[in-house]
Design a protein around this ligand. Structure first.
Ligand code: B12
Length: 224
């Protein structure tokens, strides 16, 4: 099956609210190596979800339908995890990737419930050889500071979907930059609000503004 065929079958399963069918399509594609995890996340799952509003602009989509669709995507992310670990193991065995792992912490800001991008980012980091910890959606600032102090990560990634949270992100970065024990990491921001805002770089003092797996790979290469 081609990516286009998988995507079209997945989209119709999602539109029919059939988690069973969606799981069966994606499990088969992963088992047969018909798609990479990167393609699954970026070209199938993200594109399908991001288009559910815009495709049907003439009618507003009920929230329950957004919940059903995003829960199908969440299930697919969960069932992909064994393939994520398998692929990382393969890369390490082939020595295509070093065995020493850097650490990364991933989260969404307080009141941000769009967490699927952060979940995918965590898996991308695992594929890139990080020990990656997703500490949650809707994470209060104190918990973010506490997790960073605990893990002492090399990389901190935040996913922001709602534009309203950009000011909060600006304040968090300012604070992190001034706490001596916390500040020795690379700070990466991504998500819908980041790549849909034109002046985000003038508002925030992050190290990198990223969108994709390839961007994250470049960030990792820059850290060596
Ligand atoms: C699903 C969804 C929901 C679900 C979220 C479920 C969940 N647990 O995540 C629910 C129903 C809960 C929801 C609620 C709301 N939503 Co909503 N939602 C969406 C929808 C349809 C899809 C978003 C999504 O998950 N996409 C898939 C993910 C995987 O894509 P992604 O985040 O872009 O991630 C990819 C990349 O960006 C990258 N990435 C993401 N983050 C990062 C970070 C790093 C570091 C890196 C490297 C990469 C990376 O990785 C992914 C892989 O490609 C969008 C529509 C749209 N066009 O975006 C609206 C949308 C985001 N929602 C919106 C709104 C307004 C809301 C609500 C306020 C109101 C409402 N409609 O209910 C609430 C707010 C809740 C809150 N406080 O956060 C608006 C946001 C507009 C704005 N002001 O910014 C949108 C754009 C809809 C619209 N057109 O108005 N929503």
């Amino acid at each position: 099956m081609t990516t286009e065929q998988i995507k079209s079958r997945f989209v119709s399963a999602m539109r029919n609210h059939s988690r069973e069918e969606a799981v069966s399509i994606i499990s088969e594609a992963l088992e047969n190596n018909d798609i990479s995890i990167q393609t699954l996340y970026e070209e199938i799952l993200s594109e399908s979800l991001n288009s559910i509003s815009s495709n049907r602009q003439e009618q507003s989509i009920p929230i329950w339908e957004e919940h059903l669709s995003s829960n199908i995507v969440r299930t697919i992310i969960e069932l992909t995890l064994p393939y994520v670990y398998k692929q990382r193991q393969q890369l390490e065995l082939n020595k295509t990737q070093p065995l020493t792992r850097k650490k990364a912490v991933v989260f969404c800001l307080e009141e941000e419930y769009h967490d699927l991008g952060a979940r995918m980012t965590t898996d991308f980091l695992i594929l890139l050889g990080f020990d990656a910890y997703f500490i949650g959606a809707n994470t209060p600032k104190q918990e973010i500071l506490s997790a960073i102090a605990y893990f002492q990560p090399d990389l901190v990634c935040v996913s922001v979907t709602n534009y309203f949270h950009l000011t909060k992100l600006h304040l968090l970065i300012e604070e992190l930059r001034h706490v001596e024990v916390l500040k020795h990491f690379t700070f990466v921001v991504g998500g819908y609000a980041i790549y849909n805002s034109t002046d985000v770089k003038s508002q925030l003092k992050a190290d990198y503004y990223v969108k994709s797996f390839e961007d994250l790979k470049s960030v990792k290469e820059g850290m060596r």
